[in-house]
Structure formats: C-alpha cells, structure tokens
Design a protein around this ligand. Structure first.
Ligand SMILES: Nc1ncnc2c1ncn2[C@@H]1O[C@H](COP(=O)(O)OP(=O)(O)O)[C@@H](O)[C@H]1O
Ligand SMILES: [Mg+2]
Length: 380
C-alpha cells in the first residue's frame, strides 16, 4: 500500500496507520529513537521552517515513496504540510490558510475581518507604548507570542505596571475574554465540515471532558462560530481544534489549530465515540469516508498530572487509581528522586488519568475519585 507521510510523530497516529495497513514515512526535526524508527518506512530529518523554499527538496526526497497523503501532527508542522502537499500534488491545506492558522496575528485579523467575535489585538508592530496598550485593551490583558501553542509564554497581566513599554517583535497583546473556555474538534473534507465534537475544559490546561454537555442553543452557537472561523481562515481539509470562550453575550473565538488536538483529546474522542479519530484523520487525508459516528456512546474525561518543579519525594497510587470504576488509563512516569522542571506548556505532564462514564457528571465524579488516589509530591 502507498505510505502516508506524517510531519512530526505521535504514537496514536503510528498505531492508527498500522491498523490501516499504511506504512508511515515521517518528516521529523530530530532523528527518531530506535523504537519509533523501527515502526517507520523512512524518516526525513529537517527543520520545520514555515518558509516555502526548503520544502521542494524535502518533497523530492519523499517522492520515491509515492506517498498517498501528508498529515500534520504538531502545531509547527502545519505550514510544512501545506508546502509538501502543494509540491507532491496531494490534498492539503493551502499555504495561505496554513499561515493564517500558525500566526495568531494573521488568525485574529482574518476572524475580525469576517465579523467573528474575538479579543481586540495590539501587535508589537503597531508600535503602541505599554500605557497606550492598557488604554486600548483595558485590564486584565493577555500577552503572547504570535507563534506557538500549548500556552507557552502566554501571560495574563492584571497590573498596568507589568505591561512592558514596548512589546518584543512577534508578540501581541489581547483584551481579556472573560468566559468559560472550551473547544470544538472537527473533520473537514473538501471545504465541508463532516464531523464535529465539543470538548469541555473542566479545568483549562489540566482537565477535559468529551463530549461537552451543552444546551442545544449553546451547541448550535458554538458550532456556528467554529464553522465561521474555519471558513474565514480557509481551512478546507483535515482535523481542526477550535478554542472558544462561552460568555454571557455568546461564544467568542479563541483560536483554531489546523491539526489534530493534543491534551489527550484524541484518546478522549476514541473512548467517547467508540471509533479512533486518528484513523479518521488518515481516511480524510486519503479521500476515504471518515468513519466517525455522529453521536458519542459515552463520556470520557482526562486529568493531567504535574507537581510543579522540584525533586519528586512521593509518586504513588497508580494501581489504586487503576482499580477505580471507569478508569481506562493511568500513567505515572516519575518516581522518588526524579527531577521535574517547571510546566511551561500544557503539553508537559508527569502522567495522567483517563476515565469513562455513562454521563458527564458520572465521568467527572469518576475522574475526581481516581485522581484523588494519585499523589505526586516534590521537594523544592
Ligand atoms: N484573550 C484572552 N482572554 C482570556 N484568556 C486568554 C486569552 N488569550 C489566551 N488566553 C488563555 O491562554 C491560553 C493560551 O492561549 P492561546 O491563544 O490558546 O495560545 P496557545 O496556542 O498557546 O494555546 C488560552 O487557552 C486561555 O486560557
Ligand atoms: Mg490554545
């Protein structure tokens, strides 16, 4: 069978490709370890630069494999996949859409131009002083790099004195959106959304639940907003992860990622719908029916574990947590004496707990009960 190209590596993607009988050629920034390498038909090591120039040569290196599809995995892979898809004549995001999705300034400009409610933005390049930024956006406000994901570097500033007098190049400030954060995951084929699922952030950056229990009105409003954002950004194919704030005056757009979500949302979707969204990602890229059921059959929830920086003194309870009702997976990857660095992004964890239940309240209660069995302490 013709292989699929993944830009980046994720275990769930490799598992799904194996189940589909598709060899995987991975384009990676660092040579894969021996375990991953053994599962690949080939690996091409190259930096994930967003500029188009280097990708013609990478496409040439991939051509001998005659790949059938190319799929983005991490955030940084979105522009490279657009360039590769163009060179290889495969379906994929247009380069312009990829650029809008990987630069938060371009994303917000496109959303605002389409009349989609979202935070007001000041870009470093606007040349406003700190005082002018506060005057324009009010407090609190949010400082972030225009490029990045997983909340790395994002900072909520409540005090005018903490706003730098000039924003560093490539940074932006946003008005603070006071709302309840959630996300919408979708599969898009030929410019049409063919499947969608809402995610509740039980605790943003720490804990999520799929599918989010929304009223019909909220579900419809959130779906319309996510769909308008996708169209405004020009995302015509693949899986998307759109973050939305629910506010008293309706949903407000946060951001949209043109790639499968992180934060264990892929396994949550698999447990909730009884079908693997990674397989659906490949099927969509291959032009095949996606195979995801429209409705979930149960509810799945996850909590990420991170004790903060320090040396681990206690790490226990994994077996006790596993024995609790509804627990599907427990990972605890540290033990006494291990050093843990600060949590700089939401992708960092020392373990996690994943549960299922018949209803959202049941899944949430099971998650709390299982999490309570786990203890990870650090000494500083
Ligand atoms: N304008 C905003 N108002 C309120 N919270 C925000 C705002 N921008 C970012 N945040 C918070 O910071 C998190 C990370 O910001 P986001 O724009 O989603 O970047 P990332 O790509 O790092 O996920 C968000 O999930 C949200 O919790
Ligand atoms: Mg985000």
């Amino acid at each position: 069978m013709r292989p699929v190209v993944t830009v980046g590596l994720r275990p769930g993607a490799l598992d799904a490709a194996e189940r589909l009988g598709r060899p995987v050629v991975a384009v990676v920034e660092k040579a894969p370890g021996p375990k991953a390498a053994a599962r690949l038909a080939d690996a091409v090591v190259t930096p994930f630069t967003p500029e188009p120039e280097p990708w013609a040569a990478v496409a040439d290196a991939l051509r001998r494999h005659d790949p059938a599809a190319v799929v983005p995995l991490p955030e940084r892979s979105v522009p490279p996949v657009a360039h590769l898809a163009g060179h290889l004549g495969l379906g994929g995001l247009a380069a312009e859409a990829a650029r809008r999705c990987s630069d938060k300034r371009a994303m917000k400009r496109a959303a605002r131009a389409a009349g989609i409610p979202c935070a007001d933005v000041v870009e470093a390049e606007d040349g406003l002083s700190g005082a002018e930024i506060v005057e324009r956006l009010g407090l609190p406000l949010v400082l972030k790099s225009a490029v990045g994901s997983g909340s790395r570097g994002t900072q909520v500033v409540r005090d005018a004195a903490e706003v730098p007098d000039t924003l560093p190049p490539g940074w932006m400030a946003e008005s603070f959106v006071d709302g309840v954060e959630m996300s919408v995951e979708s599969l898009v084929v030929d410019g049409e959304t063919v499947w969608t699922s809402p995610t509740q952030y039980l605790e943003p950056a720490w804990s999520s639940l799929v599918p989010a229990p929304l009223s019909d009105a909220d579900r419809e409003a959130v779906w319309e907003l996510a769909e308008a954002a996708r169209v405004a950004l020009g995302v015509s194919v693949g899986m998307t992860h759109c973050e939305v704030f629910l506010t008293p005056s309706g949903p407000v757009f946060g951001e949209l990622a043109a790639r499968p979500p992180g934060g264990h949302l892929m396994p949550l979707i698999r447990h909730a719908y009884g079908a693997d969204p990674w397989e659906a990602v490949f099927r969509v890229a291959l032009g095949e029916p996606h195979g995801m059921p429209a409705e979930a059959v149960q509810v799945a929830a996850v909590r990420l574990l991170h004790p903060g920086p320090g040396t681990v003194t206690v790490a226990e309870g994994a077996d006790a947590a596993r024995a609790m009702p509804g627990v599907e997976a427990v990972a605890l990857r540290v033990g006494p004496g291990d050093r843990v660095g600060p949590r700089e992004g939401t992708g960092q964890e020392v373990g996690h707990v994943l549960v299922t239940g018949a209803t959202a309240p049941e899944a949430e209660a099971r998650l709390a009960n299982a999490s309570a069995r786990l203890r990870v302490d650090v000494g500083r």
